[in-house]
Ligand binder design. Structure first.
Ligand code: HEM
Length: 499
């Protein structure tokens, strides 16, 4: 019996391999044979190498050209027209369920994980009023309050010449408190821990690191959610972060469901209020509320935290950048103890160029975002592809395209100030494009203006270097866990600006 089953399985594998290599509609596209044969190629770079897929794809494009078969049924592109086609043909291309239902298995009922464009549109419609520019302008005080708190921690705990701040955790604590206050009118007060060691910071980082296990073994998420917690976490300790994040948010949601009046007494509008009072639509379930809350906490903190972290590094590494920021801010903001609004900061040309360069360079969501070609999808980058083909292009390849951004691996805000920037703006896609563009982009912009504005106006930061300090956010340092993570980090010393 075993012999029969084994020979059947082997025959199936041989026939499948033969089909994928010689009869598959993508057979004419170049790429490594192993990638054409099996999804194991992607698994190897995601899990065994550990966040290595984007770097590998970069190498593959150098060998095979602008279109590479990176999986049995997947093409990765490396030219702007293809990116624009994939992400703007709206509902004719959908998010790939094979990818999103695995990677986002822990948040299956969130807008982020919905692959059906209609479902995503309805859910996004419920939440988007909280993320409109108007709402962001009304609630910017929630951002300013947390920045003030970070600065107070700096003055109180890091004002001696021998102390230094680990900036990744500091920024992630700040952005966690911001996003949770903004979305839920309640936050874990991670900034109350002056060494920035609140467990939620680690939980979020670990949750992203679990993405590839979930992507390739989606059953793990069911086991973690439904099995006895202690045993499961003993067997799968990597998922402790996710379990911690989830249980904290569950407590918050249960409190609200038990006593919905809490929402009307909250300091300001919250995402729960929008979700629980849908006009003419079905109210999302407890699980859906939880899944949205996890997405907001993770997506809202990691991405802005990463951008702040990378941008600050270059402002400190290159004195000219730091000087330009300080001078512009001092002129526009003479009374630094009176807050300056986001609307005023937005008008500053150098700060704006610096933030654009930061978003270009830091590529927060670095993984290619896979979409499935539908029967009515027009050509992608000039190619007519069969329905069912998975197409993708990482934003990294847009932002590091030397034809549009000369010398792309140099951090250079001046590129945004020298003459015509239309072409760069067209290919500047930190938040993706089209119907699945980032929900939180208005909030992200305002956070970055307020964070950089306040820090470079009020704090005299200096890089505190040692052997472990990163010297460049270069390809060798980056890891692709859907979001970008870095192998090395940096610390800073803190002082007050003179006036
Ligand atoms: C610099 C900061 C940010 C960057 C670079 C960024 C980038 C992105 C990108 C590229 C996507 C598309 C993902 C995909 O198609 O799979 C996305 C989606 C999303 N982002 Fe952001 N994001 C940022 C900040 C935020 C913030 C502050 C929030 C706050 C709530 C947020 C919430 C979301 C949500 C809910 C989605 C899913 C949208 C959907 O699938 O329809 N993001 N983001």
């Amino acid at each position: 019996m075993y012999l029969l089953l084994t020979s059947l399985a082997l025959s199936y594998a041989v026939v499948l391999a033969f089909y994928r290599l010689f009869f598959h509609p993508l057979r004419k596209y170049p790429g490594p044979i192993l990638a054409a044969l099996t999804e194991g190629y992607e698994l190897y770079y995601n899990i065994i190498v550990g966040g290595g897929l984007v770097n590998e794809i970069e190498k593959l494009h150098k060998i095979y050209g602008p279109v590479v078969r990176v999986g049995p049924n997947t093409l990765h592109f490396n030219y702007p027209q293809a990116y624009h086609d994939i992400y703007t043909y709206g509902t004719t291309l959908v998010k790939d369920p094979g990818f999103y239902h695995g990677t986002a298995a822990h948040v299956r009922q969130s807008a982020f994980a919905f692959c059906d464009p209609q479902h995503a549109k309805i859910r996004r419609g419920l939440m988007s009023p909280l993320f409109s520019r108007r709402a962001v302008l009304e609630l910017e005080y929630t951002i300013q309050q947390k920045i003030d708190k970070l600065l107070a921690v700096f003055w109180e705990h890091y004002n001696s010449p021998n102390s230094s701040v680990e900036m990744s955790s500091a920024y992630r604590s700040l952005t966690t408190d911001i996003i949770t206050s903004y979305c839920f009118a309640e936050c874990p007060n991670t900034l109350d821990l002056p060494d920035f060691s609140h467990p939620i910071i680690q939980y979020v980082e670990e949750t992203f690191q679990d993405y590839w296990l979930q992507r390739h073994f989606p059953i793990l998420t069911s086991i973690i959610n439904n099995g006895p917690q202690k045993i499961v976490l003993w067997l799968l300790p990597k998922f402790k972060g996710y379990a911690g994040l989830k249980s904290g948010l569950e407590r918050q949601i249960d409190k609200i469901l038990d006593n919905p009046d809490i929402l009307s007494s909250a300091e300001h509008e919250t995402v729960y209020r929008h979700l629980l009072e849908p006009k003419g639509q079905e109210r999302p379930s407890r699980t859906a509320l939880l899944h949205e809350a996890i997405v907001f906490t993770a997506a809202g903190s990691d991405t802005v935290g990463n951008a702040s972290y990378v941008g600050t590094f270059y402002a400190l590494k290159y004195d000219s950048i730091r000087r330009m920021l300080s001078e512009e801010l001092s002129k526009a903001w003479p009374e630094k103890d009176t807050p300056l609004s986001y609307a005023a900061l937005e008008k500053l040309p150098y700060l704006t160029a610096f933030i654009k360069e930061t978003l270009r360079f830091s590529v927060g969501v670095i993984h290619p975002l896979p979409r499935i070609v539908g029967p009515t999808t027009p050509e992608i980058g000039g190619l007519k592809l069969p329905a069912g083909t998975i197409v993708e292009m990482s934003a990294l390849f847009m932002h590091m395209n030397p034809d549009v951004f000369p010398d792309p691996y140099t951090f250079n805000p001046d590129r945004w100030l020298a003459g015509e920037t239309n072409e760069m703006m067209h290919d500047f896609v930190p938040f993706s494009k089209g119907s699945r563009i980032c929900v939180g982009l208005n909030l992200a912009w305002s956070e970055l203006y307020l964070i950089f504005g306040n820090l470079f106006r009020k704090v005299d930061l200096k890089l505190a270097t040692d052997d472990d300090t990163i010297d460049d956010f270069s390809p060798e340092q980056r890891m692709d866990y859907f979001v970008v993570q870095w192998r090395k980090g940096y610390r800073v010393s803190v002082g007050k600006t003179p006036v």
